[in-house]
Design a protein around this ligand. Structure first.
Ligand SMILES: [Zn+2]
Length: 456
């Protein structure tokens, strides 16, 4: 097999993903990592001290889960409340001096939910990041000669500028950092001018470009010749209806990437993202309410947390850290024939709505709405009259109907939508209809919740 025909980027590690052999390796690495954390990271040392254990007391995965509670963004907020918004002090506490003295590039999350979370890139992390990028991009079919249009936000965005570094040793590709900030018109023009054939950005931006291409370029988005859409930072590519629409409008393969170290495969029916990092991170699920471990087995669902097995290079997923995503895992072999168990993002733990006790995630609602492609534009909002998660039924939705739909069509459409929502999500929403293009289109993250209780 020649260099460009091999199955995996890393022929040594990737065939072993999700095997008992790698599990053994993980336990060895985990013990070393915990000792490192105890020694070098104040935040994590405190967690051992609080639990009254030393790294040596942890000899198994079960010991680990029993001793060290999960942490997440709310714990970071608690630290901020303690040390104030002195980011330098905060990061030294969270990551330790050893890593911070090696800080190379600093990005943050978008801060849509309050204080932006710093996303430091340490020099020691570059190798791992390039390795993970290689594994994912190789599976997606990115090959020498490809031109990648980087359309995530470049300013401070964790998936923006760093990608330029992550791809720097990938053979033969050219990165064109257009950036979400450029706006849809420039993005479309630049992709055409520079013959971009791989788009990377958010699914909502990719969807929006479909609507804009005819007026900006005088042609459908399909004519750009894009072969791969590498999407992340928000759900969408994992929603079957969204994926189908993107694939048919672009004539491209759609891949979902992120929420950990994984990417989806090109099996025609979405199978979730393959977890590609057993050697670099230990993946766990816990019950979102009790925080008790949920065994990784076909179909299991829980709050995802992970631990770095190479802490010198880690950013988040340092030690049982959760990004608040609810995952469902699939451990049976994937029909695509590639290694790695798979995970689907069901929603965010803090996005969960409980409509009369039934858990509903905005991403699931989005999926149903996108299945009416052609009759709905896909744009919608969930209107909340009181702080989530509790929703007194009916759940209120504002939905845009598509061009060409007459007002007399709406009652029938509403009935059909209601039946589908009820059979798939067990909710009967109250719908307010909006004309096409009423709702603001975001080029970064689309805020699906309209919090009416915050306005008055
Ligand atoms: Zn697969």
């Amino acid at each position: 097999m020649s260099k460009t025909e091999r199955k995996y980027w890393n022929m040594k590690v990737e065939p072993k993903l999700n095997t008992p052999e790698i599990k053994e390796f993980q336990l060895k690495r985990l013990k070393k990592s915990l000792a490192w954390q105890y020694k070098y990271t104040p935040f994590n040392k405190n967690r051992f001290d609080k639990a009254g254990v030393k790294p040596d007391d942890i000899q198994s995965f079960e010991d680990y889960a029993a001793a060290i509670p999960i942490v997440g963004q709310e714990d970071i907020r608690a630290v901020i409340a303690e040390v104030g918004l002195d980011m330098e002090k905060l990061m030294r506490h969270l990551f330790g001096d050893k890593r911070m003295d090696d800080l190379y590039l600093l990005t943050t999350t978008s801060g849509t939910t309050g204080v932006p979370t710093p996303y430091p890139n340490f020099r020691a992390a570059l190798d791992d990041a390039q390795e993970m990028t290689g594994r994912a991009a190789w599976r997606m079919g990115i090959r020498p000669g490809d031109r990648i249009g980087l359309c995530f936000g470049l300013s401070m965005h964790a998936a923006g500028t760093p990608q330029i570094l992550w791809f720097s040793r990938y053979p033969g590709v050219t990165i064109i950092p257009i950036g979400a900030e450029a706006g849809t018109e420039k993005i479309l023009q630049f992709m055409q001018l520079f013959k971009v054939n791989v788009f990377t950005g958010t699914p909502s931006l990719a969807l929006h470009l479909i609507e804009r291409a005819p007026e900006v370029l005088n042609m459908p988005v399909k004519n750009l010749g894009i072969k791969i859409l590498m999407l992340g930072a928000e759900p969408g590519a994992g929603i079957p209806e969204v994926r189908l629409r993107l694939e048919s409008e672009y004539g491209a393969k759609v891949f979902d990437l992120g929420a950990g170290y994984g990417c989806s495969c090109d099996y025609p029916i979405y199978q979730g993202m393959h977890w590609l990092a057993d050697d670099l991170a230990y993946y766990e699920l816990v019950d979102p309410e009790t925080r008790k471990p949920v065994p990784i087995a076909e179909g299991a669902t829980g709050l995802m947390a992970a631990t770095s097995l190479h802490p010198e290079a880690a950013v988040w997923f340092d030690m049982r850290f959760t990004m608040n995503d609810i995952h469902q895992v699939f451990t049976d072999p994937c029909p695509c024939g590639y290694s790695g168990f798979r995970y689907k993002i069901v929603g965010r733990a803090d996005d969960m709505l409980k409509v009369k006790g039934v858990p509903v995630y905005p991403a699931s609602i989005e999926g149903v709405i996108h299945s009416f492609s052609g009759r709905l534009t896909g744009a919608f909002r969930i209107v909340l009259d009181e702080p989530p998660p509790r929703v007194v039924p009916p759940l209120k939705l504002k939905i845009e109907y598509a061009e060409g739909i007459r007002e007399s069509d709406l009652p029938g459409l509403e009935k059909e939508l209601g039946v589908k929502m009820h059979s798939l999500l067990k909710i009967r929403p109250a719908i307010t209809w909006l004309k096409p293009n009423t709702l603001e289109r975001a080029t970064k993250k689309t805020q699906l919740l309209e919090k009416s209780y915050e306005k008055g």
